[in-house]
Ligand binder design. Structure first.
Ligand SMILES: CC(C)(COP(=O)(O)OP(=O)(O)OC[C@H]1O[C@@H](n2cnc3c(N)ncnc32)[C@H](O)[C@@H]1OP(=O)(O)O)[C@@H](O)C(=O)NCCC(=O)NCCS
Length: 331
């Protein structure tokens, strides 16, 4: 029997505390920056986001998504052979968040590792999981998680907090005899590494009293990315993925892009040759959930009946650094 990775189930978890643009607008008006939230709202389409309870870590957010995905797959935590988790807002710098989730989940037979390419992590993790499942008959059930709690690592007085919403998404991957996984494509440009990130707390600048005071242990958007990074970068990746894996834009049933800016998705969809109706979006109702946004949008599209068994789905993510990763699956 051939061993082709299939997505057996998906799930997501959205925390309950809603933070509206009106709430943020009040904060930034009081801080003397009255226009910024309205401008960001108009340019992105984000209307609200949700925050996890203050005493939760990223692993706590990942847990309910993982539990629900396993339940929907009819699997128990002890059935999981491997957990791959993607995030750039981890519980700790080290150890990895995936191993914390393994313990909290009770996945006592699972190995674990994290994938660290920010918001491109979920398509990357699905691609890795697919390769591992295809080549290792002993690894039968892989739990792939994308999770994001960046608001906790942001400065509440920095307007970029507008973007960050908490959330988690998960998928269970197992081998089948037909696709399943079709292919992947990736590209990156590390010259943007200093544009958006957390710049103190690692080896480049260990955290110090000064770096904490000056906000360098918090996430910073220091230089705006040029729009063409996604406007043309995503279509380039899409067309390469389609060509190398012998499908056309017409054959694609749904494209799930990184959920940060609605007009970018509209333009990229046009440049991919895919109608916008086939590009499910969640940023309006759930905010930008970074490394979790692709699995959350995937699960939402499935729940809404926009993705059905047999459909061809492309996922394309952009992460700070920057990294871009795409993969195609037949559901
Ligand atoms: C972050 C990002 C989504 C914001 O995009 P945007 O909606 O185009 O936001 P802009 O930077 O144009 O800002 C919108 C407006 O707010 C203003 N603004 C931005 N920051 C502000 C601040 N701190 N205070 C006041 N105004 C501010 C801008 O001047 C602009 O005003 P204008 O419309 O009058 O010109 C975009 O810059 C980006 O980086 N896209 C790529 C995202 C990506 O893939 N990243 C990797 C994955 S995490």
């Amino acid at each position: 029997m051939s061993r082709i990775a299939n997505i057996i189930s998906t799930a997501h978890y959205l925390p309950t505390r809603k933070v509206t643009n009106a709430e943020l607008n009040e904060r930034f008006t009081a801080l003397g920056n009255p226009d910024v939230i309205g401008k960001f709202a108009a340019s992105t389409g984000i209307e609200q986001r949700f925050y996890a309870p203050d005493d939760w870590a990223t692993s706590d957010l990942a847990l309910p998504a993982a539990q629900e995905a396993l339940k929907r797959a009819g699997r128990k935590p002890e059935d999981v052979d491997l957990i791959i988790l993607g995030t750039d807002s981890p519980d700790y710098i080290t150890p990895a968040t995936s191993v914390v989730v393994q313990h909290k989940l009770g996945a006592k037979n699972a190995g674990t590792f994290d994938v660290g390419c920010a918001c491109a992590s979920f398509p990357t993790a699905l691609t890795i999981a697919s390769g591992i499942v295809a080549t290792n008959p002993g690894i039968k059930t892989v739990l792939v998680i994308g999770v994001y709690m960046m608001h906790r690592l942001a400065d509440p007085t920095d307007a970029a907090i507008f973007f960050y919403g908490d959330g988690a998404g998960a998928a269970v991957i197992e081998a089948g005899d037909k696709p399943g996984f079709i292919g992947a494509a990736m590209q990156a440009d590390g010259s943007y590494a200093e544009s958006w990130g957390i710049y103190s707390g690692g080896t480049a600048e260990p955290a110090s009293e000064t770096s904490v005071k000056e906000g360098r242990t918090q996430v910073r958007l220091t230089k705006r990315y040029p729009p063409e990074i996604n406007d043309t970068g995503w279509p380039k990746l899409f067309h390469r993925l389609a060509k190398e894996n012998h499908f056309t834009a017409d054959e694609v049933d749904q494209v799930i892009f990184t959920q940060v800016r609605k007009p970018t998705i509209e333009l990229a969809a046009q440049n991919c040759g895919v109608p916008i109706e086939k590009c499910h979006m969640i940023m309006d109702k759930w905010g930008y959930t970074g490394s979790a946004c692709i699995p959350m949008a995937l699960d939402d599209a499935i729940s809404l009946g926009k993705i059905k068994p047999g459909n061809l789905v492309v996922m394309i993510g952009s992460g700070v650094g920057y990294n871009q990763a795409a993969c195609a699956f037949r559901m």
